[in-house]
Design a protein around this ligand. Structure first.
Ligand code: GLV
Ligand code: MN
Ligand code: MN
Length: 421
């Protein structure tokens, strides 16, 4: 079925065609990583789209978020807020985040054109730098907006020795403005709703059009440093080696098997194994492994560090190496608001769309925003569950369905009370 008219369909086609041109040509797919000139250019374009959609007070806030407002009848009421992000991973896709921002602009435009005056202001946000970056902190814009980016975070060092604070400054931002958010007024929003692609297969497998998100997975990241012994790659006999790269590589399997052992939702991904020297004729004496684990199972995620400590050091010892493990919490598991879930179900049902409850394995700006507002998420299917790759695909009809559900959910949130959980 077609839930929205051809005006919305044409407008979305036009915007998708334009935003797709902001990409680093050196990579396959779409690459608009935070701090890149391609992202900067797209943000200039996006500011114009916010204005073209008829939003007022369009500006970039101290955290780098692009913000615009559709006024309601009561300027002092807490706003309903919708949005997502438009940065991408390297070699990413066209839909992750973008569906939520362009969809939010379309909702604002449709409400304005239909002469609908909401009671509350409707705020639209394109959040700054949501994807993982070399500083190991996702969701920079939403994290700072709720006052959770600390002075210590600003001193985090990237792989080339640069500090996060200096990198933000070089991108035209003022880190002291971000820290100001920590001390400043605690803003409160009436509700936050984010439309996003599913990035998994539950909807496609069930033949469902809309996902009602129940919880967003928590994430812990691991930096493991292996210490073995440098040796001559020709002379050292196999039995006497202390090969740090081998210990790290074998540990990737420990992480993999550990996540496979959880019968619910738990995942582990090793993303880097680095030998800390480049010669090809040296047995590596040092290595680093970077990985992350995610789950919506609180018990599993809470005990993952102690559960893995023994297993990972035993595996390192099998190869004659020692290992030092450093864990970072990226974000806790976050439940979505029950009333907003019901609103989304009601909206989908009224529109004749099939829906099901789904967890989110990907993280989102919504996780951080849940500290200042009841939060809900609407998912639309991802073909084959593919995401963070050029093959990422969501058909236009599914995107239009998601926008229709977002619009209706905004109307419901504007009218009704949302219970603060
Ligand atoms: C963002 O897409 C994440 O889940 O890391
Ligand atoms: Mn995303
Ligand atoms: Mn992503």
């Amino acid at each position: 079925m077609q839930t929205l008219d051809s005006i919305s369909a044409d407008r979305m086609n036009g915007l998708f065609a334009e935003i797709e041109s902001f990409t680093d040509p050196d990579f396959d797919g779409w690459t608009r990583t935070v701090f890149s000139p391609f992202y900067q250019e797209e943000r200039h374009w996006m500011l114009r789209q916010f204005k073209n959609s008829g939003l007022q007070d369009v500006h970039v806030d101290p955290c780098g978020n692009i913000v615009g407002v559709l006024p309601g009848s009561n300027a002092f009421a807490e706003p309903v807020v919708i949005g997502s992000h438009t940065d991408t991973v390297e070699r990413g896709g066209r839909f992750d985040g973008v569906v939520g921002v362009l969809g939010a602009l379309e909702v604002a435009q449709r409400l304005r054109e239909s002469g609908t005056l909401l009671k509350r202001p409707l705020m639209v946000i394109d959040f700054f730098g949501e994807e993982a970056n070399p500083f190991g902190l996702t969701c920079l814009g939403s994290r700072s907006l709720v006052g959770h980016l600390t002075a210590q975070d600003l001193r985090r060092i990237g792989p080339e020795g640069q500090r996060l604070g200096d990198t933000l400054e070089a991108f035209g931002m003022d880190p002291s403005g971000i820290l100001g958010m920590n001390k400043g007024r605690r803003m409160k929003w009436h509700a936050y709703l984010e439309l996003h692609i599913e990035q998994s297969t539950a909807l496609e497998d069930a033949g469902c059009e809309i996902g009602v998100v129940t919880a967003v997975a928590g994430i812990k990241r691991l930096l493991a440093r292996y210490l073995g012994q440098y040796d001559h790659a020709g002379g050292a006999r196999m039995r006497t080696r202390k090969d740090a790269v081998l210990a790290a590589a074998s540990s990737a399997l420990v992480l993999h098997d550990f996540a496979c052992g959880n019968s619910g939702y738990a995942v582990a991904t090793t993303t880097h194994i680095d030998s800390l020297q480049s010669a090809q004729n040296v047995v590596p004496g040092r290595a680093e492994l970077r990985a992350e684990v995610r789950s919506t199972d609180t018990a599993w995620l809470t005990s993952v560090e102690s559960d893995l400590a023994q297993r990972l050091s035993a595996r390192a010892h099998d190869f004659g190496c020692d290992v030092d493990l450093e864990w970072f919490l990226d974000n806790e598991i976050v439940q979505t608001d029950p009333t907003l879930q019901q609103n989304i179900v009601g909206a989908a049902t009224d529109l004749g769309l099939s829906w099901r409850a789904v967890p989110s394995g990907a993280t989102h700006d919504s996780v951080h925003i849940s500290r200042i507002a009841p939060m809900g998420m609407i998912f639309v299917p991802s073909v084959g569950g593919r995401s963070h790759c050029p093959e990422e695909m969501t058909p236009q009809s599914d995107i239009l369905n998601g926008i229709a559900v977002l619009e209706e959910s905004v109307r419901l949130a504007d009218k009704g009370p949302v219970q603060r959980s």
